[in-house]
Design a protein around this ligand. Structure first.
Ligand SMILES: [Zn+2]
Length: 926
């Protein structure tokens, strides 16, 4: 008898799996699934583990269902991050070295070579493959590639030629996120913080201050009529600068930002913030006002000075109130200018007082501000003396007027802060000229994507709204970078295609990746790819035979069935890939489905490599075993829910696998003749098969494990209790073992392979046929009888616990026929509120009076409590309860060690017997 030893099972299986998952076109129906390829710049943690294990479970499932399955993997090495990492290592940056040497455990001699960025990605790509293999991922590794392979670059050039010809690649002037240290636009992947921040357009309102202007940024230029003062931060040093030749007073940060936004900026002198306080400024639309002190003014927000509209901005209102409560500036009164129903004369004051907000620190301030801003925008109207127009109209008009007549300018700024680059620098908004963009703003292109989304299967269904939203708001995307690794941009070879733009249709490249390597990349003209992917014939195609083989692969595998990815990629990658697909491929080659994942937590906190809050996948595998890691990750949450890694829970998962292993080892040799209870066990097994299958069809890994593991385990426990004394299980247990091992194999394939061999199964369990439920083996009456018996046993046990006496005998009193009539009538009725009245119309029931109404009420409650699959058959056809208990009498007497009597409730011996109901006999313990 072999011991439970996950390490040994892993070794055995790895040996047998070499080349097993390499998948070629065949006459079987295909199932092609893929995951976002990793950027290998560090070690994998258990969060990554789930990302790749969920698709592996699904791949293994469909393989057993007889599909030809393709699960490929590649490595995305495009972009700048790895260049920054190698620079920091070359500069001996302690933090980076600690991360790589101590957390990722890179040996010193390898680390020394990390001064070359390609060495980093090659090292970690190798590590990824090694750890993925250790986890049992059934990947076709022949198709592995990296995004800097010359053949891949040719493929990207072909892709971009098509995008360009379709008019999706344009050159223009745009505000972009920009890092002044890297001198590069900043993509979502390059951000340490602030990935939700959007660039918005502020109007700079220019207040005259002697010979200079003080600009303040606003999104609500119409409120100029209600400005009562400016706010300046007395602790900040401002500067006077010549901006396009005119003197402006702004924060230092603002001067730096303006220089990135098409202004010439020349700093003349510094001005301490306190020198501005109490000074006067003026604007033609609000007259002369005063500058007041406020430390909440952030020099890093827009111009670093703020205009104050206390009648309509809660923050301004409270800041002014604070000063006035200290006896200062009491002459200033809020100046309302917008009428908005339900908010009184002065909306900010009204809302603040109604909410009972005491100071600026109140956490409800942001929400309150949002509430007023949107109320004013949607239903506010300016006062007659300011033109009387709705806010939504006046806003644009006043803004335009200011630019035309009152020296205003536009300033681009993020709507939230901070926004931090991976290098640690603050990200700025820069206006880029001659920048290349993908024109995701194009309504016709958006429409194509929306149309296709409607045909796609999205899991879970709730993500559909988020995809729709993303397609809707997606703006033009800066698609090239100056530095980094990747494919040169064909129309300006000083630029590179950035990472989120060269990773959109590579799922098609997987289908040919292992074959295209055999062709010299110099021969890979656009015509070659046109032939492989679009079937366009042209003269002089090289290596025609090889191209035909690739065309065949593509036609067989594409489109992919499902793509798996984390939910934070909906707003970029997952949507981008749809844009690119609809532009390049014909309708029958467009993606069919997507499954979107939740996030991983470690002991309740978000996993993050940069914060060191990770548990490395390799450590997890060597400590707990690959099957344990897999079963824990699949069983603790459904894929789209967040999961939380906790070592103590992982340990109990390992014990579950061990229990499963020893149970199978014990059951597999059972040879006895079947008993009555075997019929029940095999009947139940059919529904576990059915429900596990259904769950996996829907990607519910947790639900599937509940059925396949705990469902069967619980049944076995009951089965063993019900076996006659001194009886081992029957040969049916061998059947059950075979089914059970196969149902769990997608989750714990290493243990699965070992046990399959022990069961003398044919070939690898990885390719064994998935169990199919056999309707002929289902016996609803038998299941119902056991349900009644096990519920009654539970009732007896809980009563015994309650009364705490040593019983001498147990009596089970069965409900009389008339109660069964009531039960059936209620169970069948559609309207349970009137059914009691209906019952009482019957003469025989009328005679029973209160007894009958009581029984009807009790039956109603009982029916509510029983599962529908129990009530439904009982509503049609009662079971003979007496038979059930009489044939289980020996079992019951053995269980409880006392004589068990079965009697009719109305034999008059026991008073308590009157409480007996159908499916719930009365229990009398003496
Ligand atoms: Zn940077």
């Amino acid at each position: 008898m072999s011991e439970f030893d996950l390490g040994r099972f892993e070794e055995e299986a790895h040996e047998r799996w070499i080349h097993a998952f390499e998948s070629n076109p065949s006459n079987l129906e295909k199932f092609y699934l893929n995951v976002a390829y990793p950027y290998p710049s560090g070690a994998m943690h258990v969060g990554h583990g789930r990302t790749y294990i969920v698709p592996d479970v699904i791949a293994r499932y469909w393989r057993m269902k007889g599909r030809q399955v393709l699960y490929p993997m590649a490595f995305h090495v495009t972009g700048a991050p790895v260049i920054g990492i190698s620079k920091r290592i070359a500069n001996k940056d302690e933090k980076t070295i600690r991360l790589y040497r101590d957390l990722y455990k890179v040996p010193q001699n390898v680390l020394d070579e990390f001064v070359d960025p390609l060495t980093i990605v090659r090292h970690f790509a190798g590590e990824y493959q090694r750890v993925m293999t250790a986890c049992g991922l059934s990947i076709d590794w022949r198709r592995r590639f990296t995004t800097v392979d010359p053949t891949y670059s040719k493929f990207i050039e072909w892709q971009w030629k098509h995008l360009y010809e379709a008019g999706h690649v344009i050159k223009g002037v745009h505000p972009v996120r920009y890092c002044t240290v890297d001198e590069n636009p900043v993509g979502d992947h390059d951000l340490l913080e602030g990935d939700k921040a959007e660039v918005v357009k502020f109007t700079l309102v220019m207040f005259r201050f002697g010979d200079a202007f003080i600009p303040t940024a606003t999104l609500r230029p119409e409120t100029i009529h209600g400005v009562t003062n400016l706010w300046a931060n007395p602790t900040v040093t401002y500067v006077k600068a010549l901006v396009d030749g005119k003197a402006w007073i702004v924060s230092k940060e603002a001067a730096e930002k303006l220089a990135l936004q098409d202004h010439t900026v020349e700093i003349k002198e510094e001005i301490p913030g306190k020198d501005l306080i109490d000074k006067k400024v003026s604007h033609p639309l609000c007259g002369e006002i005063i500058i007041l002190p406020a430390e909440f003014v952030d020099p890093d927000m827009a111009s670093g000075l703020v205009m104050s509209v206390p009648a309509h901005a809660p923050f301004d209102y409270i800041a002014l109130r604070d000063l006035q409560q200290a006896g200062k500036y009491t002459q200033i009164k809020p100046v309302p200018l917008i009428k908005v129903e339900g908010y009184g004369e002065c909306p900010a004051q009204f809302a603040v007082e109604k909410a009972g907000i005491a100071n600026q620190m109140d956490s409800r301030m942001d929400a309150l501000t949002q509430e007023i801003y949107s109320a004013e925008f949607s239903k506010g109207k300016l006062f007659e003396k300011y033109g009387g127009k709705p806010v939504r109209v006046a806003r644009d008009e006043v803004g335009a007027l200011m630019i035309e007549k009152y020296d205003s300018a536009i300033m681009h700024e993020f709507d939230q802060r901070p926004v931090i680059c991976r290098c640690g620098n603050k990200v700025r908004v820069k206006i880029l000229h001659d920048q290349w963009f993908l024109k995701y703003s194009d309504p016709a292109w958006k429409q194509q994507v929306s149309d296709h989304l409607g045909d796609m299967s999205l899991v879970p269904a709730e993500v559909r709204a988020e995809f729709d939203r993303t397609v809707d708001w997606l703006k033009d995307w800066a698609c090239t970078r100056r530095v980094g690794l990747g494919t040169r941009f064909p129309w300006d070879t000083t630029q590179l295609i950035e990472p989120l733009s060269d990773s959109t249709i590579y799922m098609a490249y997987y289908t040919i990746a292992h074959r295209i390597r055999e062709i010299d990349s110099k021969l890979l003209t656009p015509e070659v790819f046109d032939y492989i992917f679009l079937g366009k014939k042209s003269d002089d195609l090289p290596e025609k035979k090889k191209l035909d083989a690739m065309r065949e692969e593509f036609l067989y595998w594409y489109p992919y069935n499902y793509r798996f990815s984390a939910k934070d990629l909906i707003s970029n990658h997952l949507t981008f890939q749809l844009f690119h697909h609809v532009s390049i491929f014909p309708k029958d080659k467009l993606p069919a489905g997507m499954v979107v994942f939740g996030m991983g937590l470690l002991n309740g906190a978000k996993m993050s490599s940069s914060k060191g809050n990770v548990f490395l996948l390799e450590d997890a595998v060597s400590e707990f075993g690959a099957d344990t890691v897999r079963m824990f990750l699949m069983g603790s949450a459904e894929p789209w829910q967040d999961f939380d890694w906790r070592n103590e829970l992982v340990i109990s998962t390992k014990k579950q696998i061990e229990r499963f292993y020893s149970t199978i080892m014990e059951l597999k040799n059972a040879v006895g003749e079947p008993h009555d209870i075997d019929k029940w066990l095999i009947s139940r097994l059919q529904s576990h098969i059915e429900r596990t299958t259904e769950a996996l069809n829907n990607f519910q890994t947790r639900q599937a494990l509940q059925e396949a593991y705990f469902g069967i385990e619980t049944d076995l426990k009951w089965y063993r209790r019900r076996l006659p004394e001194n009886c081992d299980g029957s040969r049916e247990l061998h059947t059950l073992s075979s089914v059970w091992v196969r149902l769990l194999s997608p989750f714990i394939p290493f243990t699965g392979e070992h046990l399959w061999k022990e069961l003398a199964g044919e070939g690898l369990v990885s390719f064994a046929p998935w169990p199919v439920a056999d309707k002929n083996l289902v016996s609803p009456r038998v299941e119902l009888s056991e349900e009644l018996l096990s519920r009654t046993v539970e009732d007896i046990e809980s009563i015994m616990k309650l009364i705490q006496i040593t019983p001498k005998a147990i009596t089970i009193a069965l409900a009389p026929e008339w109660k069964h009539d009531i039960f059936r009538t209620i169970a069948r009725s559609t309207d349970r509120t009137t059914v009691i009245k209906e019952i009482m119309k019957d003469d025989s029931m009328k005679k029973r009076g209160k007894d009958a109404t009581d029984a009807a009420r009790q039956c109603t409650t009982l029916i509510h409590r029983l599962p529908p699959q129990v009530v439904a058959p009982l509503a049609q056809d009662p079971i003979n309860e007496r038979d059930v208990f009489e044939s289980a009498q020996a079992f019951l007497e053995h269980e409880f060690g006392v004589p068990v009597h079965i009697t009719d409730a109305e034999d008059g011996v026991h008073l308590k017997a009157a409480t007996a109901l159908p499916f719930k006999p009365a229990i009398i313990i003496e």
